[in-house]
Write a protein that binds this ligand. Structure first.
Ligand SMILES: Cc1ncc(COP(=O)(O)O)c(C=O)c1O
Length: 417
């Protein structure tokens, strides 16, 4: 049941664990402060397979079939990059996408052997590192091709690159109708070879498909330009999670999915496949006290008891990713019931009102993100309260919160980071 608790997703060392019984299982939680994020490797695998099933497969073995390219940048959206890569590889993933060269290097050092595509900018001087670790880079200008050519000093050939095309995001990438200088440099390149072509969608979660359709039209023009210049575009990938979920036309190509793998549809109202949140955030009640009528609580006395109030203190705060903006409006689950967050959220702790939960005691589990039998709170719920998106909520769970990887198959593994 247990994979492993890390001290931090930034720290590959492990901490000693303590075994705690739950009704269904034995889960190891870290010793010390009892706050942890539980990452469900089975849910991750199921989400991966559900997304993979959406891709249009060709029966012909001569046509390159599209695949899911899991986006595991930013510590796999807060879930822990290396364990997530291992779990996805177990589920069948053959490639990963990261944001920066450093993330690819960490994956290689952890023994990940699958293809790794770096989606973002490669800074001048990082090419040698990228080549040493066999990372596939994105190119968007002749200079990026030249830099790679000259970094390949040991006579390496066939260095794969993917062209990044800007079709409307307006950030990185070669402009879809100004491809020729880049294509020219690729035609002349001796060591660098074109292995893929991609673009990024800006608005595929919107109900109005017009801008996405225009992005697809521009991308197809860019693909034509590549073919007309006698180059093979290689693996084509365009969709992010919303592109794959909401735009059938994009299922003919590989899809770089992030948020949907972690269990969230970019539009919480719709999804063609069932997705389950992968991460739960949990803690244990550290202290209980009674506030008499009129007694204040926490910084700036944001809460004052209007009745005799039973308060539980939980050992997590905004330094763990529980936003201070949830002060007075958040709620958590204790003993399958709701308990309101009262007073200001502090750096290391929050307080909840358990007046109506007389059986609650020190050491009881509180679910901050996740589900019990009758209650459920997700990163999408927080996002609504905080007027943000689940991406930011998940990425905001701090490195100091230990991640525990759980597999129902009862396997114990010692993978970290
Ligand atoms: C270039 C690129 N492709 C794909 C993704 C994955 O997006 P999503 O998490 O919406 O699936 C991202 C995420 O930011 C990205 O930057």
């Amino acid at each position: 049941m247990i994979e492993k608790a890390n001290n931090s997703i930034n720290d590959p060392r492990s901490t000693p664990n303590s075994k705690l019984q739950t009704p269904n299982s034995t889960i190891q939680t870290p010793e010390g402060r009892q706050t942890w994020a539980q990452v469900d490797s089975d849910a991750l695998g199921n989400n991966y397979r559900a997304l993979d099933s959406l891709l249009s497969r060709s029966r012909s073995s001569t046509i390159r079939n599209p695949r899911i390219i899991p986006v595991i940048k930013a510590h796999a959206y807060g879930h822990g990059m290396v364990p997530v890569a291992h779990a996805l590889a177990d589920a069948g993933a053959t490639v990963f996408a990261v944001g920066v060269v450093e993330e690819g290097t960490i994956l290689r050092q952890a023994g990940i052997s699958q293809e790794i595509l770096v989606l973002g900018t490669t800074w001048h001087g990082q090419e040698a590192d990228a080549l040493r670790h066999q990372l596939t880079l994105a190119v968007d200008a002749p200079e990026s091709v030249h830099r790679l050519e000259s970094a390949a000093t040991d006579g390496a050939a066939n260095i794969p690159v993917h062209i990044k095309v800007d079709t409307g995001m307006g950030r990185l990438g070669v402009c879809w109708d100004k491809m020729e200088p880049l294509l020219h440099s690729l035609r002349l390149a001796n060591r660098v070879s074109l292995a893929g072509t991609f673009s990024h969608l800006s608005s595929a979660d919107e109900l109005d498909p017009a801008f996405t359709q225009e992005q697809i039209r521009r991308f197809e023009c860019a693909l034509d330009a590549i073919r007309e210049s006698n180059l093979d575009p290689g693996e084509i990938h365009f969709a992010n999670s919303s592109g794959l979920l909401f735009h059938e036309r994009l299922r003919q190509w590989s899809a770089r999915t992030g948020i949907a793998l972690y269990g969230y549809s970019p539009d919480s109202q719709r999804s063609p496949v069932e997705l389950s949140p992968v991460l739960s955030l949990k803690t244990r009640i550290a202290f209980i006290r009674i506030l008499e009528v009129g007694e204040p609580l926490g910084y700036n006395r944001k809460f004052t008891a209007s009745r005799k109030t039973r308060i539980a203190v939980l050992p997590l705060g905004y330094a763990d990713g529980f936003s201070r903006r949830l002060s007075g409006c958040g709620r958590v689950i204790v003993q399958d019931r709701w308990a309101a967050v009262v007073g200001a959220v502090s750096m290391d702790m929050i307080s909840i009102d358990i007046t109506n939960l007389p059986d609650v005691k020190i050491g009881d589990e509180a679910i901050i993100l996740g589900s019990s039998a009758h209650c459920s709170i997700s990163a999408a719920d927080w996002a609504e309260l905080l007027q943000t998106i689940p991406y930011e909520v998940l990425c905001g769970i701090a490195p100091r919160v230990p991640r525990i990887y759980i597999k129902k198959s009862d396997t114990l593994s010692s993978r970290s980071r």
